[in-house]
Design a protein around this ligand. Sequence first.
Ligand code: UD1
Length: 341
Amino acid sequence: MGRQVLVTGGTGYIGSHTVVELQAAGYDVVIIDDLSNSTAEVIDNIEKISGIRPAFEEFNLLNNVQLEAFFEKYSDIDAIIHFAAFKAVGESVAKPLSYYRNNLVSLMNILDCMSKYHVSNLVFSSSCTVYGQPDQLPVTENTPKKDAESPYGNTKAISEEILRDVVQVTPQVNVIALRYFNPIGAHPTSLIGELPRGVPGNLVPFITQTAAGIRQQLSVFGDDYDTPDGSNIRDYINVVDLAKAHVIAIDRLINKTNAERFEFFNIGTGKGVSVLEVVHTFEEATGVKLNYKIVDRRPGDVVKIYADTTIANTVLGWKAETSLAETLLSAWNWEKSVRNL
Ligand code: UD1
């Protein structure tokens, strides 16, 4: 039997792409997911891509009795990737307690079980949100962190602090936190991708739904920022490239090549792209015209952020490979396959 990796949130957007890459690298995968923001069909589609069906247990990580029963049943877990979390920024402002409870208690339950069941290796889904609006760009891993802009963002900042403190007193535990910039796109097979429930909050799902005719018009939130074309700048990272960074992080922990017991890495392209550039690149890559309008700024948006990826490039040997145009085309192909267009 190969090395076994537990992937929490493994039927979600980034989780499902990571499961595929882990299986391609020879890992056995067990998923825990409560299907609160995904469906069991994702497992079928992972199997279609990989030819391997991952094991799947459906429950919520707040339930520590079920989590302990899980570790009794799966006693050979070599590493964990913890994706499962709430991630809607706006919703987190409306429901802070629900975000703090879900995102922090689930992490603490996992850490308890790592000690109890002697699991040493954890990869944690973090976010560039921990930097807030940085004073200097691009951001390196050592750029000072600012206050989070939302309870969601704060759960990621606090989670990193919890991990740092736990690693300090638990010699057996090793953690890599990957700070994602803006993950977009879908698997080239169009069998898995991002499936937001309701009105999408994120840019690219809103674009593809507008192109598909589900939304009438894309709102571009502001063109009067201090940027070359006035719209916000982000670092959009292809989800398959991002998934591959997790496999490298798992290899690093399992092979014990990590330099420190708590490491963190920026996972982005290193390139800042504006909202209007995303819109126009989408139009060029797909040949579909987007109906869009400039509207007021969205409260809480940082003006510009993009990654310095030197450390991920040199230490992990990981690099973003897929172009923005190809990535946006993959998002469009996925939207078309979901809508039978
Ligand atoms: C946000 C969070 C980030 C989190 C991510 C998860 C902040 C500052 N960042 O990223 O931490 O990991 O969500 O989903 O809270 N835009 C439009 N029209 C739209 C939608 C978006 O113009 O309909 C613009 C936004 O103003 C922004 C860019 O597109 O400039 C990207 O927005 P979005 O996809 O929501 O991601 P972030 O806000 O960068």
